[in-house]
Design a protein around this ligand. Structure first.
Ligand code: FAD
Length: 415
C-alpha cells in the first residue's frame, strides 16, 4: 500500500452535481478539496455523449431554470439554453390535444376550452392549483400536508378522468413511477418550478451543466478515473491500493456506491428508466414540445433536434422516448407502433441510434418525504447526493451545499 502525501483537507468522492456543489462551497470557504471521480468525466447521471454525429444525453432529462440552486450557482446565459415550448401535446383517444400555459401562449388555448382535454370543473381546479403553487411562499408549499400525489390531486378537486388523461401520464415521466405514489410536497414543488421556470436543454446537451460547474474549481481539483475502494480511519483507500489521508470525507456518489462505502447507510429504492433515441430524415414534429400519451405506452417523447439543432446533424432529426424500467423483448416494437400513431408518421424507417437504461435514475420519494437529510454521519464522515434530499438537480445541489456547511461546522467544532 502506498500513501500519498500533501493532499487536500477534504476528499469528496464523486463528481456529480452534489459532489461538485460541495467542493465549490468548501473551496469558497478556503478549505482545500480534492474530488475523486471513478469515471472518465464529471456529471454522474448528467452526462452527454456524441453518437454518430448526434448528441445523446445519458437518459432524457430536462433542465429547469427556476430551481433556486440552479439560479444561485450557474451563469445560465453561458449554457446557451434552448427552451421547450411552455406546454405539452397530449395524445388522447380523441386525438392530439395542446396543453399550454395560457399566460405564455394566449393564442394557443383552443384545447383549454371545457370538454377538449378537461371539464370546466377540472380547469377551475387547475387554475386554483397553479395560482397557489406559483404565488404562495415556498415555505408554505414545502410545509403543506404530506400525502401521495394521487390523494393531493383528489383533494384539489380533479376528476379521475382528468388525472388519468393528463396528470398520470405527465407525472410518471417526472417521478419515473406511474401510480402517483410520490410525495405531494414534491409534486407541488415540481409544479411550481415548472410554472415559474422554463424547461430547457443546453445547446450541447445536459452534460454542459456539470461541466460548467466544474470549470469553477481550480485545475487539479477533480481527479478522474480514480475510484475510491473504501473509507479508512484517516481518509480513503483508492482501488489502485493508494491511501489518501483527509481530515474529512464526503461521499457524493450515487446510491449503490454510497451504501458500499458507508455500510449501514439507508438508501431509498431507485427508479429505473430507459430512453430510446431514434433518428429519422423526416421531421416528426415542427416544435420543441414534450409529447405525452394518455394511454401511457411511454413516459414522454420529444424531438430533441427541435429543442436544440446541435442534437442532430443537418437534415436529420433525433427523437428521445422514455419508458419505465428495463426494456423487454417487445418494448421497441410496441414503442414504434405507439410513436407512429402519436407522431402521425411511418416509424418503420426510423433508425435506432442507441438506448440508455439508467438503473438508479431517481430515488423513490414516497410520503413522508424529508426534503433534506443530515450529511454528517460521524466525525469526518459525510454523505450527500439526491438520495439525501430530492431526486432532482435541485436536490443534488442542495444536498452538496448542506454537506459543505456541515463540514465547515465540524471544523469550527460546532457539529
Ligand atoms: C434519465 C434521468 C432523467 C432525469 N430527469 C431529471 C429532470 O428532468 N429534472 C431533474 O431535476 N433531475 C432529473 N434527474 C435527476 C438528476 O439527474 C439527479 O438527481 C442528479 O444528477 C444526481 O446527482 P448526484 O450528484 O446526487 O449523483 P450522481 O450524478 O449519480 O453522481 C455520483 C458520481 O459519483 C461517482 N462515483 C460512484 N462511485 C464512485 C467511487 N467509488 N469513487 C469515485 N466516484 C464514484 C459516479 O461516477 C458519479 O459521477 C434525472 C436523472 C436521470 C438519470
Amino acid at each position: 500500500m502506498r500513501t500519498e502525501g500533501n493532499t487536500a483537507e477534504v476528499v469528496v468522492v464523486g463528481a456529480g452535481m452534489a459532489g461538485l456543489a460541495c467542493a465549490r462551497d468548501l473551496l469558497a470557504a478556503g478549505v482545500s478539496v480534492r474530488v475523486l471521480e471513478a469515471s472518465d468525466g464529471v456529471g454522474g447521471r448528467m452526462r452527454t455523449d456524441r453518437v454518430e454525429g448526434f448528441t445523446v444525453d445519458r437518459g432524457f432529462q430536462l433542465f429547469n431554470t427556476s430551481y433556486p440552486q440552479v439560479r444561485g450557482r450557474l451563469p445560465l446565459r453561458e449554457l446557451e439554453l434552448c427552451p421547450f415550448a411552455p406546454g405539452m401535446l397530449v395524445h388522447t383517444p380523441e386525438g392530439r390535444r395542446r396543453f399550454v400555459d395560457p399566460s405564455r401562449r394566449p393564442g394557443e388555448t383552443a384545447d383549454l376550452l371545457p370538454g377538449r382535454l378537461a371539464s370546466g370543473r377540472d380547469l377551475l381546479a387547475l387554475a386554483a392549483l397553479s395560482a397557489r403553487d406559483t404565488l404562495a411562499p415556498v415555505a408554505l408549499v414545502r410545509g403543506g400536508p404530506e400525502r401521495t400525489t394521487r390523494d393531493a390531486l383528489a383533494a384539489a378537486g380533479f376528476s379521475d378522468d382528468f388525472v388519468e388523461r393528463f396528470f398520470r401520464p405527465f407525472l410518471s415521466g417526472v417521478f419515473l413511477e406511474d401510480e402517483l405514489e410520490t410525495s405531494s410536497r414534491m409534486f407541488h414543488l415540481v409544479w411550481r418550478s415548472m410554472l415559474r421556470g422554463t424547461p430547457c436543454l443546453p445547446l450541447d446537451g445536459i452534460g454542459a451543466v456539470p461541466t460548467r460547474l466544474a470549470t469553477e474549481l481550480p485545475d487539479e481539483t477533480v481527479r478522474l478515473e480514480t475510484p475510491v475502494h473504501s473509507l479508512t480511519d484517516d481518509g480513503v483507500l483508492l482501488s489502485d491500493g493508494t491511501e489518501l489521508p483527509a481530515a474529512a470525507v464526503v461521499v457524493a456518489t450515487g446510491p449503490e456506491a454510497a451504501s458500499a462505502l458507508l455500510p449501514g447507510l439507508r438508501i431509498p429504492e431507485y427508479r429505473v428508466v430507459t430512453t430510446y433515441f431514434h433518428t429519422t430524415g423526416r421531421r416528426p414534429l415542427d416544435e420543441p414540445m414534450l409529447v405525452l400519451d394518455s394511454a401511457r405506452r411511454f413516459l414522454n417523447s420529444c424531438v430533441l433536434s427541435e429543442v436544440s439543432p446541435a442534437y442532430a446533424p443537418p437534415g436529420r432529426h433525433l427523437v428521445a422516448t422514455s419508458v419505465l424500467g428495463e426494456p423487454g423483448p417487445r418494448t421497441e416494437a410496441e414503442l414504434r407502433a405507439a410513436l407512429a400513431e402519436v407522431y402521425r408518421t411511418d416509424t418503420s424507417e426510423w433508425h435506432t441510434l442507441t438506448t440508455r437504461t439508467v438503473p438508479d435514475a431517481l430515488p423513490a420519494m414516497a410520503p413522508p418525504l424529508p426534503l433534506t437529510r443530515r450529511a454528517r454521519l460521524g466525525p469526518g464522515r459525510f454523505v450527500c447526493g439526491d438520495h439525501r434530499a430530492t431526486g432532482s438537480v435541485q436536490g443534488a445541489l442542495a444536498s452538496g451545499a448542506r454537506a459543505a456547511r456541515e463540514v465547515l461546522s465540524e471544523r469550527l467544532g460546532v457539529a
